[in-house]
Design a protein around this ligand. Structure first.
Ligand SMILES: Nc1nc2c(ncn2[C@@H]2O[C@H](COP(=O)(O)OP(=O)(O)OP(=O)(O)O)[C@@H](O)[C@H]2O)c(=O)[nH]1
Ligand SMILES: [Mg+2]
Length: 266
């Protein structure tokens, strides 16, 4: 008996509330991956001209979510993916993952969200799933200074499995709803300082109320998408530079394809 594997073309359309047409803005200017108002112009043009290479066909960005136990990693993912919130704590055992499909500038793009265990005894299993991440989200609880103190260690562990120059980092404070403004502003100062130092983008949110959750994931998806398209353009650009075309098969005349060179990365 043959098994039919569904192709990408039979996937249902992307949900209307997962369509991104504008670059979502950062949370804090002091700690942002970048502070531009719009998507990179090369990326916008490539999307309009459908020159996004593997992005749009089968590109999936892997996102790993790490941090101390009970800081709210699972609740954060569930709020975004299922619009649900569970007030009872159920520790994640090892890892779990969710797929989220988006459409960015008219191009399909997916995030694979890996929810990892914060408990020490499951850390070993969880860390085997860190490899190949394009985005690392380090979560801490804004009501728990120790969880922010451990952020650096989580980052170090996640980077052991990944190329630091090729990942986007986010430092995220959760449970804002439980914090008073005075308490919160103190820890925020420290968090922004750390984010600046490790070159992470800083966010604060609440999975209970949903504040900033959607904005945060839209920002992750957009920045990962932008980086992926730029990498595709760079790849195709470098291929074209060394490209030679045999212009006369009967002679030994070869020429560099000027046309291809001038078409790429515009
Ligand atoms: N008030 C409030 N509680 C939250 C929020 N996010 C999570 N919680 C609670 O914090 C507890 C832990 O949340 P989880 O999401 O399970 O924590 P986790 O980081 O996944 O924990 P591990 O899987 O053990 O690593 C649960 O009781 C949640 O209900 C939030 O934004 N506000
Ligand atoms: Mg969990």
């Amino acid at each position: 008996m043959s098994v039919r594997v569904p192709s990408m073309s039979v996937l249902p359309p992307v949900r209307r509330d997962r369509i991104i047409a504008q670059l979502p803005q950062f949370y804090s200017k002091k700690a942002a991956v970048h502070t531009k108002d719009e998507f990179n112009s090369k990326v916008k043009t490539a999307c309009q001209e459908q020159r996004t290479g593997t992005v749009g066909r089968f590109k999936i960005a892997k996102v790993i979510v790490v941090g101390d136990l009970a800081v709210g990693k699972t609740c954060l993912i569930n709020r975004f993916c299922k619009d649900a919130f569970d007030k009872n704590y159920k520790a994640t055992i090892g890892v779990d993952f969710e797929m989220e499909r988006f459409e960015v500038l008219g191009v399909p793009f997916s995030l694979q969200l890996w929810d990892t265990a914060g408990q020490e005894r499951f850390k070993c299993i969880a860390s085997t799933y860190y490899r190949g991440a394009q985005t690392i989200v380090i979560v801490f609880d804004v009501n728990d200074v120790a969880s922010l103190g451990h952020a650096r260690q989580w980052l170090e562990d996640a980077l052991k499995e990944n190329d630091p120059t090729n990942v986007q980092l986010f430092l995220v404070g959760t449970k804002k709803d439980l914090s008073s403004p005075a308490q919160y502003s103190q820890i925020e100062q420290d968090a922004i300082e750390l984010a600046e130092e490790i070159k992470a983008e800083y966010w604060v949110l609440s999975s209970l109320t949903g504040e900033n959750v959607r904005e945060f994931f839209f920002r992750i998806a957009s920045l990962a998408f932008e980086a992926n398209v730029l990498a595709e353009l760079e790849k195709s650009g470098s291929r074209h530079i060394g490209d030679v075309i045999k212009i006369n098969s009967n002679s030994n005349v070869y020429a560099t394809s000027k046309k291809k060179q001038s078409n790429c990365c515009q």
